[in-house]
Design a protein around this ligand. Structure first.
Ligand code: SAH
Ligand code: SF4
Ligand code: F3S
Length: 478
């Protein structure tokens, strides 16, 4: 049923786990052809949670008589699963709606819906602001989609943006739209209770809740049975995963969940994202160390290297705490464990010296990868209400460039130190640059490219890295 996802702008070097850091990547539903009457076209923006939610939405609508399509012009229903994390993410969606409007003129019966975080943030205001939109549905209301679509079929506009304290869609088997048949996402929790002062997610995704551990393990086992080789456990803050059975007899924390998923099959690689520095425990790190199939890669967003700024951001850790977590990773998992970060430049009142602290944190942590942004004020957040967005745009951008440049040096160095070593690579498919080469990832999530020989997608291949482009390793099977 599921076919490879078509992605725009998808390079070999785009990390499979781009975390919750909108990479500018847009994901489009692949075509399912099961003879269903109506065609759903769904385009997803933002983070992996959204990509994963689109798979749940497709599953719900599949039951309602919709096949998915990758051809917007022929769709009966067009859904945009949107992101609000920065102003630019929202502008992108507004521009896309204008383009969709011209398709709708050619096909007047086409219904247009907005899902996800922007739907939740703007609610029915969306219908007033964007006349083309028929349907506005927030992230916890997807089960209501069939009913809402009937309402729209009947000539009305429809909105459901109720947030839930319980919804985890645990019982819905996602249509794997976003998958190459080898790697898949498993959503393990929803929402966020952290209230970082810059962040809109707690408002758009609601309260944090963890999904039934048994349903997660079952989903992983089903994926193995279907031939999948890698799962990424998803949540805004996976390390605060906490689930108890209804009778209270069973309690599962993140380290224990990770172990249960790792035990599903030694041939299944397990990744996870995102780790909040305040929550990642040594127990998680020791669990990672115990299982070869838990990938040695941790996305540990710092946001800033300065304690005063971290406090204003309401991150609830300071610089020494963050450094301690990095040191624990290096001690328990060794220098080869990859770490990545997100950094925000030009947060309210950030001084030049405080910006220097972010640069020095990059040097301290020696990140493999960084996802960096300049601060974008989001309406309704603590920072928007209490702090002045006082750093001029040129300064934000200049500081961001300095962060990017510094990180680039470290990324290159981290790739370079992997040359000369043998890596176990899970092959994801042909290299985008050469049909004679395959592309996959090592445990650290680095891209590895090598001559294809007799290997194929889904194989584990030991590859000796012989050189690096700075963003990928080049090697040969040994
Ligand atoms: N839950 C994750 C982050 C999710 S949002 C965590 O706590 O680490 C993804 C990233 O977007 C954040 O890490 C942050 O770096 C960035 N981001 C969030 N809000 C932003 C804003 N208002 N302006 C700029 N970047 C922002
Ligand atoms: Fe946003 Fe902070 Fe929650 Fe991450 S932990 S989603 S940055 S509020
Ligand atoms: Fe993800 Fe963007 Fe929402 S990053 S949680 S889609 S605001």
């Amino acid at each position: 049923m599921s076919q490879p996802l078509l992605t725009l702008d998808f390079l070999d070097t785009a990390p499979a786990t781009a975390e919750h850091t909108p990479s500018g990547e847009v994901r489009i539903s692949a075509a399912t052809r099961t003879g269903r009457e109506r065609k759903l076209y769904i385009e997803s923006y933002g983070c992996q949670m959204n990509y994963s939610d689109s798979e749940i939405v497709s599953s719900i609508l599949f039951e309602e008589g919709f096949d998915t399509t990758d051809d917007l012009a022929n769709a009966d229903l067009v859904l945009l699963n949107t992101c609000s994390i920065r102003e630019k993410a929202e502008q992108t969606v507004r521009m896309r709606l204008k383009q969709i409007n011209s398709h709708k003129k050619r096909k007047p019966g086409m219904l247009v819906g907005v899902l996800g975080c922007m739907a939740e943030r703007l609610k029915s205001k969306f219908l007033e602001e964007e006349k083309i939109v028929d349907l506005v549905v927030g992230p916890d209301a997807y089960r209501d989609l069939p009913q809402l679509i009937h309402q729209v079929d009947g000539g009305q506009k429809a909105v459901n943006v109720l947030l839930s304290r319980e919804e985890t869609y645990a019982d819905i088997t996602p249509v794997r739209l976003n998958s190459n048949g080898i790697t898949a996402f498993i959503s393990i929790m929803r929402g966020c209770d952290n209230m970082c002062s810059f962040c809109v997610v707690p408002f758009t995704r609601g309260r944090e809740r963890s999904r039934d551990a048994h349903s997660i393990v079952r989903e992983a086992a089903d994926l193995v049975a279907q031939g999948y080789k890698e799962v990424t456990l998803l949540g805004q803050n996976v390390d605060s995963y906490k689930w108890a059975s209804a009778d209270g007899a069973e309690h599962v924390n993140f380290a224990q969940l990770l172990e249960r998923v790792a035990l599903v099959s030694p041939a299944l690689r397990v990744r996870f994202s995102t780790s909040h520095p305040k929550d990642i425990t040594d127990e998680v790190l020791h669990t990672m160390a115990r299982y070869d199939n838990i990938c040695k890669y941790i996305h540990l967003p710092a946001q800033s290297g300065n304690t005063r700024v971290l406090e204003l951001m309401n991150r609830t850790y300071d610089r020494p705490w963050y450094e301690n977590r990095v040191t624990a990773i290096r001690q328990i998992l060794g220098d080869d464990c990859a770490i990545s970060t997100d950094m925000i430049s030009g947060f309210c009142t950030e001084t030049e010296e405080e910006h220097q602290d972010s640069l020095s944190l990059l040097d301290f942590a020696q990140y493999d990868m960084g996802y960096n942004f300049f601060y974008s004020e989001r309406p309704g957040t603590l920072a928007a209400r209490k702090l002045e967005d006082d750093i001029p745009l040129e300064v934000k951008k200049r500081r961001l460039q300095e962060i990017i440049d510094r990180q680039q040096l470290h990324s290159r160095a981290r790739y370079a130190r992997m040359v000369g070593k043998v890596h176990q690579v899970l092959v994801e498919g042909p290299s985008k640059r050469s049909a004679e080469h395959l592309s996959g990832r090592n445990s650290q999530n680095q891209v590895v490219i090598f001559p294809k020989g007799d290997f194929q997608k889904g194989d584990y291949v030991n590859v000796l890295a012989t050189s690096t482009t700075g963003a990928a390793l080049i090697g040969e099977a040994v």
